[in-house]
Design a binder for this molecule. Structure first.
Ligand code: 1CP
Length: 345
């Protein structure tokens, strides 16, 4: 037990006095060394598909801060790309896709799916795994079907995912087919990530929080459950973190029914509620407000201490409640790590 990597120990059910730490979007725009590589590397998608650059970017936050985990540098929208839907990223605007409309558009995805298109991602994984320090765990990921579908239907990020929600109400069968295609493609993609060398998987359901209960069960919980069961059947022993952002009170039910080894908690979840209402089983990950990290100072210390106090005694992975904001000062990230590890004074 003693020589397990800290993140793997917690995912195996161990509560640690000093929780392992990593941050969602830890490889990204707040790092000057990321900006520098990105400026030289062409489009965002080209960067994701350049194994040498993507591996460097994956390792940057480990080298600078010594996090307990590295997360593969890629994006959730490489899956639509592998399904043959055109994806590109407009600087300052985020992702763009040609929106899906007809049943034919959806069926074409299943016919066009080509995991070979993502071979640069697997090559990135292969490069990173040889370069990680011994105690650092390597996390692979994909977007959950609901969140990925919301971009595929709208053709872009939207504040409320209204296009996908309307599509699901109006044409539930076509939407169910799209979700099934995504379950299958994501499962195959995750298994290949494991075979290439990742040790843990995280499923990002960033837009889970907009759905009413029945829709949440059908489009968030059920597809997540299917992916987790299929990946675990194929590759037992690889822990999976589910992050249904905005999952709110659903989380207490998901703990025992999703099959995940950890649940990611977003910023809005009260840690004391989580510890009381989420049954023991999965580890809990989270959930510092990214704005507290941006603010720094005594407010950051106070929020960190309060999170550590609430989760003490529970298997806990320290993380943000959502991704690092690009304006976040680097010193605040150092402050965070020193505060948690008790190395600050
Ligand atoms: O300009 C740039 O350099 C691009 C910014 C960027 C980055 C750094 C995008 C575009 N994606 C990423 C990397 C990324 N995306 C990672 C890398 C690993 C890490 O965490 O360090 C990960 C895990 C993601 C996952 C992702 N992409 C999610 C889920 C997590 C979340 O933040 O909610 C989502 C929703 C996306 C879509 C996406 N990709 C990029 C942007 C700006 C967006 C959001 C679009 C929107 O809806 O506004």
């Amino acid at each position: 037990m003693g020589d397990l990597k800290p993140l793997l120990a917690v995912l195996g059910g161990e509560a640690r006095a000093v929780p392992p730490i990593w941050l969602m979007r830890q490889a990204g725009r707040y790092l000057p060394e990321y900006q520098e590589l990105r400026a030289k590397a062409g489009s965002f998608l080209d960067t994701c598909y350049n194994p040498q650059t993507a591996a460097r970017i994956t390792l940057q936050p480990i080298e600078r801060f010594g996090f307990d985990a590295a997360i593969l540098f890629s994006d959730i929208l490489v899956v639509p790309d592998a399904l043959g839907q055109k994806v590109w990223f407009e600087t300052g605007h985020g992702p763009r896709l040609i929106p899906l409309e007809s049943d034919r558009d959806i069926e074409a995805l299943a016919e066009n799916f080509d995991l070979g298109k993502l071979s640069p991602v697997f090559e990135t994984i292969d490069r990173v795994k040889g370069e990680l320090p011994k105690s650092v765990t390597f996390i692979g990921f994909c977007g959950a079907p609901w969140t990925v579908a919301s971009y595929m239907i709208a053709g872009r990020g939207t504040p409320d995912q209204a296009p996908a929600r309307l599509f699901a109400y109006r044409r539930p069968e076509a939407f169910a087919r799209l979700i099934d295609i995504l379950v299958e493609a994501s499962t195959a993609y995750l298994i290949r990530q494991i075979d290439a060398g990742v040790e843990v998987l995280q499923l990002f359901d960033s837009w889970a929080g907009v759905l009413p209960a029945h829709e949440f069960e059908r489009w968030v919980a059920e597809p997540l459950r299917k992916i987790i069961a299929a990946v675990k059947a194929a590759r037992p022993g690889v822990p999976i973190i589910a992050f249904p952002r905005g999952g709110a009170t659903h989380l207490s039910r998901l703990a025992g029914t999703l099959g995940a080894d950890a649940l990611g908690l977003d910023t809005a979840i009260d840690p004391d509620w989580a510890v009381k209402e989420i049954p023991a089983g999965p580890a809990l990950q989270g959930n510092l407000d990214p704005l507290a990290l941006l603010a720094g100072g005594p407010a950051l210390d106070r929020e960190i201490d309060s999170i550590l106090r609430s989760f003490a005694g529970r298997p806990h992975i320290f993380n943000l409640g959502h991704g690092v904001l690009p304006e976040t000062p680097l010193e605040h990230v150092s402050q965070l790590i020193e505060r948690i590890r008790g190395t600050g004074n």
